[in-house]
Design a protein around this ligand. Sequence first.
Ligand SMILES: [Zn+2]
Ligand SMILES: [Zn+2]
Length: 216
Amino acid sequence: MLCRARVGINGDICSACERMLPRIQSPCPRCAAQDATHDAPGMSCGACQKNPPAFVATHAAFRYAAPVDKLIQDLKYNRRLELSRVLGIYLTDYLKQQEHILPDMIIPVPLHPTRLRERGYNQALEIARFVGAHFRLPVSATDVQRIRATLPQTELSREQRRKNMHGAFRARRAFTGLRIAIVDDVMTSGHTADALARCLTENGAAEVRVWVLARA
Ligand SMILES: [Zn+2]
Ligand SMILES: [Zn+2]
């Protein structure tokens, strides 16, 4: 898929390319920021200590860098839906090495209905389907709604981003006592995951963690 070398019938990415995929070194256990735990293993990064997010942990299979960034963009913007299987398997494999206690359910980060209509699918849900099937966990795409069409985060300052996401989600049920994993394709500032996690805990969730394919 990346170098056009011949691979087996079930292969997508050859072993040489696989070794080059961008993994995160010393991730912050809370937000998966790179190089957070060089000096203090197990400690959260400075940003998480200063402003603790509403989620307790983040597992990111990759850094948002070549060639993973291109694969995610192709899935999102070029309608290459078959990539959700490849990427979903990578996320599952990573989680199998990391997670020892599974949550009760998976909630993919919802798109605003307008965005969903434009794109035709939610890439986070497509990835979550594979993860959910593997771990035999329910995946809910309807229990939380995105109620505000937020501005693209890339055009905003740090403080604007936080405000932009506030109140962006609305729960359609209670999550009393449930442990929930949020699934998304990319985590950048973490404000989207934070806003969703806040919405879930305000509606009773006992614990929210984040499973993402790539951390920017
Ligand atoms: Zn290759
Ligand atoms: Zn952190």
